[in-house]
Ligand binder design. Structure first.
Ligand code: ADP
Length: 322
């Protein structure tokens, strides 16, 4: 397997819900195959908008505009049939959402029905057993396959939704905070499952998360966004232990358990002073972190900093490095 081959490439992608106000601004990124890539950043910085664009869900909003290219296997998915794209990019949401009228069995194969793909009974049974086994649910539900999916616990429902996404063998899994609505013990099971999926079926996963603990536990690569732009990208080690962008450094300072050691006792939580810019400010050609940045320079107000490689696989967009 060519491990460093990109599964997805964003080329100068901008997305706006309102003309002139970009929710996602000139994003360039390569998402590696067979890796777990986390997208982090404050609420409203464009993470979900970017993720939804990958499986064309943004088109549910009539006024949305997107420019640039999103390439999967060198094909621009923005120009492909949306149903084909959704087969290639399986989505898992924050809150488990099994189809409420369907049984566990029918939930797993729902993607085939929605895509008009007919399967023989035996094929259906094999897919259901394989996918439920791959998410560690088979033994728990094999005697209740024809009960409603909603009868399961929250963690089981989320595993069912992951099985549903697995069933279509997508090229990439898109996960929008897949553990944040779950109980902590169940969160750990889902995180273990993501790692297993990567090992067992070579899954490529893009996951939005606010939780640096989750990033540390499962991610290989991390992209940090701020106010619609990608401000830093690197391996999990580079981002967690050697962050360079002032926002990423400040973010790390806000997390208690990355700083606390058994001997260090309690820490006060840091907070990042100031507020995230409003939509009206987002399109401007200047650094959007300037007002909150402890090391702002005059040029930060004049132009948006370009991304610069500062180490292998580690990129930062900040005038301190450009
Ligand atoms: P995040 O996922 O990082 O919290 P979003 O992608 O949800 O951010 O939002 C990015 C920006 O786009 C925010 O300013 C948000 O208010 C705006 N936005 C998101 N969804 C819509 C929508 N359906 N209509 C208009 N604006 C939206």
């Amino acid at each position: 397997m060519q491990i460093d081959h990109p599964i997805l490439q964003f080329k100068n992608v901008s997305i706006s819900y309102t003309p002139g106000k970009n929710a996602v601004n000139h994003v360039n990124a390569d998402i590696k195959k067979n890796r777990i890539t986390a997208i982090m950043g404050p609420s409203g910085c464009g993470k979900s908008t970017l993720l939804r664009a990958i499986n064309r869900m943004h088109e549910l909003y009539p006024d949305i505009r997107i420019s640039g290219e999103i390439l999967m296997d060198n094909r621009n998915i923005l120009k492909m049939n949306p149903m084909e794209v959704r087969r290639m990019a399986g989505m898992v949401f924050q809150r488990p959402n099994p189809f409420p009228t369907m049984s566990i069995f029918d939930n797993v194969i729902a993607g085939y029905k929605l895509n008009g793909i007919r399967l023989k009974k035996k094929e259906k049974e094999e897919i259901v057993e394989t996918c439920l086994t791959n998410v560690g649910l088979w033994n728990e539900v094999k005697d209740a396959l024809f009960k409603k999916g909603t009868f399961l616990s929250g963690g089981q429902q989320q595993r069912l939704c992951i099985a549903r996404a697995l069933a279509l063998k997508p090229e990439v899994f898109l996960m929008d905070e897949p553990t944040s609505a779950l109980d902590v013990t169940v969160q750990a099971q889902i995180l273990d499952l993501l790692r297993e999926m990567q090992d067992r079926v070579g899954a490529s996963i893009i996951m939005i998360t606010h939780d640096l603990g989750v990033v540390a536990e499962v991610s290989d690569k991390v992209a940090v966004m701020y106010a619609g732009r990608k401000v830093e990208e690197g391996s999990v080690e580079q981002i967690l232990f050697n962050p360079q962008h002032p926002y990423t450094k400040a973010l790390k300072g806000c997390i208690p358990h990355l700083q606390r050691t058994p001997s260090s006792g309690r820490h006060r939580l840091h907070e990042i002073p100031g507020m995230v810019l409003g939509m009206a400010e987002l399109g401007k050609d200047r650094c959007s972190f300037y007002e909150r940045c402890p090391c702002g320079k005059p040029e930060c107000m004049e132009h948006n900093p370009p991304a610069k490689a500062i180490d292998a696989g580690h990129e930062v967009a900040c005038w301190l490095y450009s």
